[in-house]
Design a protein around this ligand. Structure first.
Ligand code: UFG
Length: 322
């Protein structure tokens, strides 16, 4: 069984491609390499192409039985500054991919969605029934694709899994792949970097209504996410219905908890400063992942210390090889 991993040279896509391969699938990576990295595709067939290139997509889709779609811009702040870029890629080009998928006769689609579709949730832990009211163009772009997938299911029988990630972090144990964002904006790599490269971690807000005053997030290991993708695909293969699922651990950790975990993993101090809140950050985002467990038999297996240690191991590999 062959799967087109669109955006497979990126952080989460490269882990999903490996999870597919380990589960016995042929994973073909489709990526423009604009934000993706060739080094993350080693051991895979790579089709170099943009998702807006419908001709190239068409010929790639002829060779596969299902699609996993990861190719999206994913910086919340940038999406507020430059919504056009987000709607062009995450909505317009993604719709082109959906149309080509349908036209190729493929009826299985696993979609990278996000907890950003919930916006500022009315209730935490967040269940899938929480109202979807994104508060930034990034979340809006992902929600549009969710709506499109729901409509395409009803109209054309395209069955999909819309997987709503919480905070993806960590790296594969192989040391071959991990997070390589440019610029890096995520807390865990920045906290690790601030133990040794002279940088200082800016803590965005210490006056949130949380026990230590900093934001709480649900950090999930990227391999747990990747595993859920394989299971979601298998669910669709077995004739399972389209689903939307939260992927998180169900546990919340504050920014200060992450700093402590980074200090434990590295044996060094995280240099830090206290800053104002970052606009658009909800105080607490934690998943209720019961539905993923029920539908896929999946649950996250790694918590913060292991996530941070694996990110640290990867960061040292990158430093050695650059
Ligand atoms: N944080 C800091 N300092 C930093 C970076 C982050 O204090 O330098 C804090 C943030 O305020 C937040 C937490 O650390 O409370 C996590 O921030 P990240 O930037 O690592 O992750 P986000 O929660 O902002 O973003 C994640 C995904 C997005 C997704 C979003 C949904 O990376 O793709 O959740 O809210 F859209």
């Amino acid at each position: 069984m062959a799967i087109l991993v669109v955006g497979g040279a990126g952080y989460i896509g490269s882990h999903a491609a490996r999870a597919l391969q380990r589960a016995g699938y042929e994973a073909i990576i489709y990526d423009s390499l604009v934000n993706g990295h060739r080094r993350l595709t080693e051991g895979f067939e790579l089709i170099e192409g943009d998702i807006a290139d419908q001709g190239k997509l068409r010929s790639a889709l002829k060779r596969v039985d299902g699609v996993m779609h990861f190719a999206a811009h994913a910086y919340v702040g940038e999406s507020v500054q430059n919504p056009r870029k987000y709607f062009q890629n995450n909505v317009e080009a993604a719709l082109g991919l959906l149309n080509e998928t349908i036209d190729a006769g493929i009826r299985r689609f696993v979609f990278s969605s996000t907890c950003a579709v919930y916006g500022d949730p009315a209730k935490v832990p967040i269940t899938e029934d929480n109202p979807r009211q994104p508060v930034n163009p990034y979340g809006t772009s992902k929600l549009f694709c969710e709506f499109a997938l729901e409509a395409y299911d009803r109209a054309y029988g395209l069955r999909s899994a819309r997987l709503r990630y919480f905070n993806a972090a960590g790296a594969d144990d192989s040391g071959e792949i991990g997070e390589l964002h440019n610029p890096e904006t995520h807390l865990i790599p920045l906290a690790l970097a601030a133990t040794g490269d002279g940088s200082e971690l800016n803590i965005f807000g210490t006056d949130y209504p949380t026990p230590d005053g900093t934001c709480i997030r649900d950090y999930i290991h990227v391999n747990d996410l990747a595993d859920a993708h394989v299971r979601a695909l298998q669910h669709l293969e077995k004739g399972g219905e389209s689903v939307a699922l939260n992927l998180g651990t169900g546990r919340g950790d504050s920014v200060l908890d992450v700093i402590k975990a980074a200090e434990a993993a590295t044996g060094r101090t995280v240099k830090r400063k206290l800053g104002p809140r970052r606009p658009g950050d909800p105080p607490v985002l934690v998943a209720d992942a019961a539905r993923a467990q029920k539908v896929l038999g999946w649950r996250a297996t790694r918590l913060l210390p292991e996530i941070v240690s694996s990110a640290w191991k990867w960061m040292k590999t990158v430093q050695r090889s650059s």
